[in-house]
Design a protein around this ligand. Sequence first.
Ligand SMILES: [Zn+2]
Length: 288
Amino acid sequence: MPELPEVEITARRLDAALRGAEVESALAPGMVALKSVAVPLGDLAGRRIEGVRRIGKMPVVEFAEAGDDRGPLSLLVHLMSAGRLQVFDKRASLRDRASRVLIRIADGRELRLREFGTRQRAWAKLMPAADVAADEMVATLGPEAWPAPPIDELAGIVDAPRQLHPLLRDQREIAGIGRSWVDEILWEARLGPFRKGSDLEADDVDQLHSALAVLGAALDRYEEVIGATVPDKLPMPLKVHRREGEPCPRCGVTLAAVHFAEHSTTYCPAEQTGGRVLKDRRLSRLLK
Ligand SMILES: [Zn+2]
């Protein structure tokens, strides 16, 4: 669920809270969450946190060098759908089943990767900072969706015989957009979710480019309303996503949705699909 604006505000708040803090120890109660083998978590002991930043939808925690030959280290985190990276004043009980990775700070605080639900999908990878750019999860990313890439670059990205909804969520094409913000971006741009990218006119690409600004607007909103600690559930300023049946905030027509097995896309039939209501893609339709 966390997408570019949510991960960016998380990284900014963690950076403010942790920059300069010294690590006492680190452990991974959810062993499967730890993907790295090259650098053991124990190597973080004694290092200082240099900062927290974001690449696409992934937070990255940077650790200063510690006098050994590994140099600075980076912890690349993938929150998947239910992970959260948060700093707590007190340490977690080891019985807390939501804990995946715990980084204990010398002053008593703890940076914790937690995951809600029973599935373990969130992960973290510890590696030399110099290796981050070449990591497969980073090297394969398209340009960041915010700030928006130059319009010519965006035109090149969408010029493919693929539907816009999956295309814009493909991190290899453009990084940072997921199931929530893609609905908002397409609604802002007045483009149907299943339009093919290669069918867009220059004006459509212009509108899509301008629509990427919703990501920056969301971030501005988070800067206003979110304090020092990012809550479990962010107050996402969404206008259409999951608002099927409500009036379109722009034209008043009832918003429609297409449901898939695990997600849905909401759109305005009047402004995005020329009045056409799109077919449901749910498998349950066939199973009835
Ligand atoms: Zn509308």
